[in-house]
Design a protein around this ligand. Structure first.
Ligand code: CTP
Length: 396
């Protein structure tokens, strides 16, 4: 899937640098050409010889190597690639990039390039959480730099938390997405996610327990397969994924408007827990406690899923809804499939005892017009990946 793609791989200095060797192997297995660059610090962790052997290419190491400059200058090196990948990206490298410093070969290549840049950071938890690193992360994101990880886990330094290098398959997925490769390349998918907040007055609102984790996982997986994803999200508790277009909304009506504005699309997946009702009138001022207990009159919100599924013109080829149920899950979901006019329903039991709402795992049944299949309880990330893979097959 990466056949003929030229990856300039910058290996930063960190314990995780050894994983870059496996990354090189996997990239080459997929047909990519890998040109490796080692920072001075990286040479303390992996040898130039092993990197060169795995890449079957010369390793670039020094900015002032005259032979290199005569054969291929650093400007050309950074532009001959289709994508620049930094793995592991250290706090120091991120800091240099954010500040615009170019004092060695790696940082100079990163400044001289006109190609996309993907960072896979790896560092100690405290370094990752340090305000300076988080500031640099925000700056780099704003500059269009993409990120794979870091992930939570045990570290070589004995601490636990975010800062671990993403696993190689995840970095490969991010590379494919950054290159616009994958089975969903060229496809546009709209995903709704998270809860909605329906205002009662300037300080109060009606909400629900949705975290947005499942919708976020699905959007991430779709982007990982190369789709262009428009991610319309209510106020979720998790940040949106990398590499998608994010539209933040609060209310069901804003969500509907954002979805309509994002169409046309090849597929629409409504994973949001949309508030079914809103206050008939939003009070302009905070409702005061003195006086009678307010009687809240509710009116129904628009049904986003049904309105997309029933579009006469320009309906996405595949319209998928979720069914959040607390009893008779499959029967209720099957009825919902018919009522909403969508193609598939992903049914899940959101009873408090399942811990699904707000939790990290999900057990779903996928209902289509042809039949149904129940998937085992797995991480919501995995549900997202499986669903994205099914969508890719359906849109092929
Ligand atoms: N949905 C939507 N707009 C709404 C309500 C729901 O797009 N106003 C979508 C959800 O994103 C989900 C599907 O419809 O994909 C089903 O949502 P769910 O809350 O399970 O069902 P409801 O339609 O609200 O029905 P009920 O509350 O009776 O179960």
């Amino acid at each position: 899937m990466l056949a003929g793609k030229r990856i300039l791989l910058i290996i930063g200095g960190g314990v995780a640098a050894f994983k870059s060797l496996d990354l090189i192997r996997r990239l080459r297995e997929r047909g990519a050409e890998v040109t490796p660059v080692l920072t001075r610090a990286a040479e303390e962790f992996v040898t130039p010889l092993s990197v060169a052997a795995l890449a079957a290419r010369k390793v670039h190491r020094d900015l002032f190597d005259l032979t290199d400059e005569a054969e291929m200058g650093h400007i050309e090196l950074s532009r001959a690639a289709d994508l620049l990948v930094v793995a592991p990206a250290t706090a120091n490298l991120m800091g240099k990039m954010a500040a615009g410093l170019a004092d060695d070969l790696a940082s100079t290549l990163l400044m001289a390039t006109d190609k996309r840049v993907l960072l896979a950071p790896a560092m100690n938890v405290r370094m990752w959480q340090h305000p300076a690193t988080q500031r640099n992360l925000a700056t780099l994101r704003g500059d269009g730099v993409r990120f794979a990880g870091p992930v939570d886990g045990a570290m070589a330094c004995g601490e636990f938390g975010p800062g671990r290098l993403a696993e190689v398959p995840e970095i490969l997925e991010a590379i494919a997405a950054a290159l616009g490769e994958g089975p969903l390349a060229g496809r546009h998918v709209v995903v709704t996610s998270g809860p909605t907040h329906e205002p009662i007055d300037p300080v109060r609102y009606i909400a629900n327990r949705s975290s947005g984790i499942q919708g976020t996982a699905l959007a991430r997986a779709l982007a990982g397969l190369g789709a262009r994803v428009t991610f319309v999200t209510g106020p979720a508790t998790v940040p949106p994924p990398e590499g998608v277009q994010v539209i933040q909304v609060e209310t069901a009506r804003q969500m509907l408007e954002a979805v309509q504005g994002a169409l046309p699309a090849d597929a629409a997946v409504c994973a949001a827990a949309v508030g079914d009702w809103r206050a008939e009138a939003e009070a302009a001022q905070k409702i005061k406690k003195a006086g009678a207990v307010p009687q809240l009159a509710l009116v129904e919100n628009p049904d986003i899923l049904a309105s997309v599924a029933r579009m006469e013109d320009g309906r996405p080829r595949l319209v998928i809804g979720f069914a959040a149920e607390t009893e008779n899950v499959t029967e209720n979901a099957r009825a919902k499939l018919a009522r909403k006019g969508c193609d598939w329903i992903v049914a899940n039991d959101v009873s408090a005892s399942t811990g699904v709402m707000g939790g990290t795992e999900n057990a779903v049944t996928l209902l289509t017009r042809e039949g149904e299949e129940t998937w085992p309880r797995v991480a919501k990330e995995e549900v997202g990946r499986r669903l994205a893979a099914r969508i890719a097959v359906a849109l092929a």
